[in-house]
Ligand binder design. Structure first.
Ligand SMILES: [Zn+2]
Length: 122
């Protein structure tokens, strides 16, 4: 329960984005999963185009297929939000920025992604 509370600010952002973008909602294993064509459009235009993105206990995906395909990877990010709470996004962005500044891949070399890719190398 404390983990849900700690991650809740980001969960709320994910749910709000899902509502604004008119997504289809479903709860899978205690996580809100949202997908839809407008979500898909946004995810494809991100700095690193994504099949899905996790915000606390919510995951926005391009489609039901991609939510299923990325579930194991995104659940690692859910666990990271449970540990880091509101600090997760700043920590993730700082890690990416530092890696980028030293000429490394800010996505693949990011320790948060390395942990997630260990369970599911998409
Ligand atoms: Zn990831």
């Amino acid at each position: 329960m404390a983990a849900y509370l700690w991650a809740s600010p980001n969960t709320c952002i994910g749910i709000a984005l899902g509502l604004v973008l008119g997504g289809n909602f479903r709860i899978v294993g205690g996580v809100v999963e949202v997908h839809g064509p407008r979500i898909s459009k946004v995810l494809k235009r991100l700095w690193v185009p994504a099949a899905a993105i996790t915000l606390g206990h919510s995951v926005l995906g391009q489609s039901a297929h991609w939510l299923h395909r990325t579930r194991r990877h995104e659940r690692v990010h859910v666990s990271q939000y449970e540990r880091w709470g509101p600090l997760f996004i700043p920590a993730y962005v700082i890690a990416s920025a530092v890696l980028f500044a030293v000429g490394k891949d800010g996505y693949r070399a990011n320790p948060f992604e390395i942990e997630a890719f260990q369970v599911d190398d998409l």
